[in-house]
Ligand binder design. Structure first.
Ligand code: 13P
Ligand code: SF4
Length: 302
């Protein structure tokens, strides 16, 4: 394994490349990454990082967004089949129907979406800026796509808006139930519950903190509490444990693994650095149309 890591280091320098990784990828990949973060941090970083090539260890909507924001950079994905099923869970016809129904509609698109859906949207958001951005929009009527749970959470935080929900979901997050959380809480009554807003309402109702992956890591690291019940994907455990070796983290549920994120391995990182294969391509027309909502997110999220 050490030879693989050394070779990755050497090729990074030779090819002026950096490795970006989401908190959900395998520990071994987070270990060699130059930058690790949530979706918002990684999207912003892809725009400013000084490198010719970015190896993006995440899922396809992340690599695609990085390419849309940086057409001049080469974006390599360790595994092209790493896709987020939720990214496809909204329909063009439904968006059109909503636009016809409401004159002032804003289509707010979670960044976990295909470029095709972004093209049909007014603004993108991530879990760390969705509330702030929806609040700042002049529109009263909001169609939130694709994730229903994040949409409902935003609706509750911004009651002055009429947020229309779509029925997309993340199979990893909805696998966590209130009973899972309660069972751990019974064993560790002092543990605080930290949940990602993609979780079901019944789980969010039990949470002491709701936020993005980086929000959850920050909260646990700054808290004086020493025990936490984590309601999100297992990969955040790497940073949680690294930053808090004396604290205890209990993951709720039994299916909190995103199989797509786990497709990123050290061997695949090495392979794309060696060969230059798996470069993300986005047609110029699609890029132009999906850039506006992403740029608007970066502006409103500041
Ligand atoms: P974050 O933006 O919180 O990192 O979430 C990304 C994601 O895919 C959640 O399932
Ligand atoms: Fe998509 Fe869920 Fe995996 Fe995040 S955890 S990439 S939302 S499937």
């Amino acid at each position: 394994m050490d030879t693989v890591k050394k070779e990755i280091e050497r090729l990074k320098k030779e090819k002026n490349a950096v490795i970006l990784a989401h908190y959900y990828v395998n520990d071994e990949v987070q270990e060699i990454a130059d930058y690790i973060g949530d979706s918002y941090y990684l999207a912003k970083l892809a725009k400013t990082v000084d490198a010719k090539t970015i190896v993006f260890c995440g899922v396809s909507f992340m690599g695609e967004s990085a390419k849309i924001l940086n057409p001049e950079k080469t974006i390599l994905m360790p595994d092209m089949s790493a896709d987020c099923p939720m990214a496809h869970m909204a329909e063009a016809e439904k968006i059109q129907e909503m636009r016809e129904m409401y004159d002032d509609l804003a289509v707010v698109c979670y960044i976990n979406s295909t470029a095709e859906l972004k093209c049909l949207s007014d603004v993108c958001v991530t879990s760390s800026n969705a509330v702030k951005i929806v609040k700042s929009l002049p529109n009263k009527n909001i169609f939130f796509i694709p994730d229903e749970n994040l949409g409902r959470y935003v609706a509750e935080q911004v009651p002055e808006k009429n947020v229309i929900l779509n029925d997309g979901f993340c199979h990893v997050h909805i696998s966590v139930t209130a009973d899972n959380v309660k069972a751990i809480k019974e064993k560790y009554p002092n543990a605080l519950v930290l949940a990602h807003p993609e979780c079901k309402n019944e789980v969010l109702a039990l949470a002491d903190y709701i936020g993005s992956t980086s929000g959850i890591i920050d909260y646990a690291s700054k808290s004086d509490n020493t025990e936490f019940i984590i309601c999100t994907e297992s990969g955040v455990g790497y940073k949680l444990r690294e930053q808090n070796p004396d604290k205890k983290f209990y993951f709720a549920g039994t299916k909190h693994f995103c199989p797509n994120m786990k497709l990123n391995t050290l061997e695949k990182v090495l392979r794309v650095l060696e060969t230059g294969e798996n470069a993300v391509e986005v047609s110029e027309e699609k890029r132009r149309n999906s850039l506006a909502p992403l740029d608007r997110m970066l502006e409103l999220g500041k």
